[in-house]
Design a protein. Structure first.
Length: 191
């Protein structure tokens, strides 16, 4: 999917007219409506997996930092302790091993977190999930060194590949904190 143009600040009436011009033969047009305030844009919707679609990048004046579902709420979020889902590209380090991770996508029902570089690391994934307000560790598995993708180049927290959880990365034992995922591993956090 690629983004070639954008329109923003169209008002709140719910009506707009868009003229795509004279298209070449057999083009495919699609339109995505995204809420926006003065400083942030909202969700681009969800993939069939339930995870957030990646936001459009470098599309002119409409390209604002994304605040996914829940972040505009003022009376408490949808996760444990009233937390809101963290925005995609939020990064951090495992509190014990200092291995870097990044949020690929996040919503009220699930988050997708992955190793932040092709070197991988050692992750107390459940502890990290709970830090963000999720309660359960979901599926996990290898990435072949990709960040927010599976065995393909060019993926990142801004341009996700397909989330694939093949069950690998769980043979690194556990400690007093809990099970440790390792290598280049993504995982799901569930509400």
């Amino acid at each position: 999917m690629s983004w070639t143009a954008s329109l923003c600040h169209l008002g709140t009436s719910g009506n707009v007219t868009v003229d795509p011009g004279s298209p070449a033969p057999s083009p495919i047009f699609y339109f995505v409506v995204v809420a926006q305030d003065a400083t942030h844009e909202g969700s681009y919707g969800r993939k069939s997996s339930g995870l957030e679609r990646p936001e459009a990048m470098e599309v002119g004046a409409c390209d604002l930092p994304q605040a996914v579902q829940g972040s505009f709420q003022t009376n408490g979020g949808c996760l444990m302790n009233g937390k809101n889902p963290p925005p995609a590209c939020t990064s951090g380090q495992d509190p014990e091993t200092f291995s870097p991770y990044v949020i690929c996508s996040s919503a009220c029902n699930a988050a997708w977190i992955a190793n932040a570089n092709s070197d991988g690391g050692f992750y107390h994934a459940l502890q990290i999930c709970q830090t963000f307000g999720d309660s359960t560790l979901g599926q996990f598995g290898g990435t072949c060194g990709s960040v927010c993708g599976y065995c393909q180049g060019g993926t990142s927290c801004k341009m996700n590949g397909p989330p694939t959880f093949d069950g690998s990365g769980n043979d690194c034992g556990s400690d007093e904190i809990g099970p440790i995922l390792c290598e280049t591993v993504p995982w799901q956090c569930l509400r």
